[in-house]
Design a protein around this ligand. Sequence first.
Ligand code: THU
Length: 159
Amino acid sequence: MVTKSFSIQFDEYDCLDDLATQDKNLLYKAIEATNSSYAPYSNFNVGAALLLDNNEIITASNQENIAYPSGLCAERVAIFYANSKFPTSKIITIAIVASVNGSICDMPTYPCGACRQVMAEAESRSSERIKYIIGGKKRVQIMYGTESLLPFIFDSLPK
Ligand code: THU
């Protein structure tokens, strides 16, 4: 038996405005997208913005439904839309942010497990690491590669 371990690295900023211009702009697009969130059940408004390799920016927000599991997170709305509109494009960067009662949350809002699985597949389709900008007003974290968010991914079916 061997005990193994791994670590992840990420960049952390105390203020959203300290980010590099392109990253800051994408995060602000995600903030803007929180305005289109339909979240009457959780009142938690999430926005996602994707930068694609064709320079398109796709924004989306969470969309809820009275049959709760029928709703979808902002990240998956954005990724599935990007994949259907630009099926051959790669996702370069994903910015995520959330707001409550019109105020951006102070701390980062991390993607749920199901979104991480979808992100992992988006990354494997593109063969490039996706950059993640996970934002809050008082803390922004930048991660490189889905493995930082989801190690030991489910990625193969038995033959
Ligand atoms: N949600 C997202 O849109 N993205 C996340 O990363 C976490 C959660 C949504 C789902 C639901 O509409 C609401 O936030 C509360 O869970």
